[in-house]
Ligand binder design. Sequence first.
Ligand code: HEC
Ligand code: HEC
Length: 394
Amino acid sequence: MNRMARRLALLLLLTPAVAALAACGSDDSIGSTTSCAGTAFHDPEHAPCDQLSQYALFDGTDDRGWPIPAEGTFVYTLNSSLFSDDTLKLRTIRLPEGAGPMRYQPDLPFDFPVGTIITKTFAVGEDLRDPDTPVHLLETRLLIRRADEWFAAPYEWDDENRDARHRAIGRNNISFSWIDAEGQERSTDRYTIPARTECGQCHRERRDLDVIGPKARHLNGPSRHDPSIENQLTHWAELGLLEGLPDDLADVPRNADAFDPHTGTLDERARAWLDINCAHCHNDTSEVASSGLDLRPNIDEARLLGVCKTPSAAGADGTGGLRYDIIPGDPDRSILVYRMSVDASNTIAIMPRLARSIVDEPALALIRDWVEWLGTEDAENRYPGITRASCIDR
Ligand code: HEC
Ligand code: HEC
């Protein structure tokens, strides 16, 4: 669609009065009269609003400090999610009024109508053992569906959880502390809010800026936000928010919850974790594809998963002096495990480089167990030909 047609399509969504105003104004006046005016309408081609509140996605904050989704904004949760220094997340979607539902895809991200806004809010919870712990809001990241690709807009909250301000250049070395799920006091002084130019390091799985979480396999499960929703996908299909969902949920891909053994085997949980934490870079289409490591969940070839594979790039600093990404049964000598076990003080080895500054201990334990398991006979049934000996011989 060319720009003119796009603009016209957008105008059709406006009320007649506003449309008349916009039609005779320049791009700037469209912005000031409609786009950042604190109403649910937002022109996706418009420059990012200064304040988060101007999108009218939220209606103030609740007792704990979380933004309250406004009418038309709905919350989603993922079966397994990306670790970011133990911060808590609120993820929302707003489809533009009258633009139709999101469209199901089996493996790729869902198709969203132009004008969709997806948000992810990061907050520090004081005490993660307490489900009602008060939160301190850090940032809200927006991805706005434009006609050509998604557009990224990062917002940083004020200290009182009142509103968040657009800040394209990001911020480094943010300090905070919390009590983790095991009751340990934790802290970081290196939390990073990425700059807008850095979003694409993770959000370009297929080169164009894109969403990562809204894929069938991450969403196919109960909502952790609203316990009355047994399955998010069927719930949205019933509400007319999602079209194309297969009738039988058994036909829909589903990832395990990495930390809930009721939802999958050790292998399924480890692969679900690697999928959402690493596979947006480690696949066959991103800029990192040339390294030859592919951590997507449909990959069954042990070599592509890093088994007995020597890394393509990093020198000794990035490998801890180790030789193979994974040696089945030997987590201590597997580079993949090593790179998860370092914190931000090792800027060369840490994986991923953005998103975390501390070690994700539960995930490290999970992946260590998985690499240990890869050395068993059981694993040979799953990944034919995978043996520890095959590495050592090389
Ligand atoms: C280190 C990799 C990484 C970087 C850098 C990153 N993101 Fe993401 N982002 C993810 C992953 C992985 C998900 C999905 C998992 C989740 O939500 O926990 C995600 C989810 C999101 C979502 C929810 C929709 C979706 O795609 O799943 C938004 C919105 C978002 N990111 C915006 C941004 C913006 C804006 C920036 C830059 C300021 C950014 N992200 C930088 C990895 C990253
Ligand atoms: C933002 C993109 C990005 C994310 C996310 C990411 N990586 Fe990487 N990874 C890279 C890049 C770039 C390289 C190549 C340069 C290097 O080795 O540092 C790499 C290399 C590696 C290597 C060496 C691969 C080889 O065989 O050449 C391993 C192992 C690795 N990453 C593990 C992980 C793990 C585990 C995760 C998830 C916890 C992860 N990475 C997440 C960008 C990423």
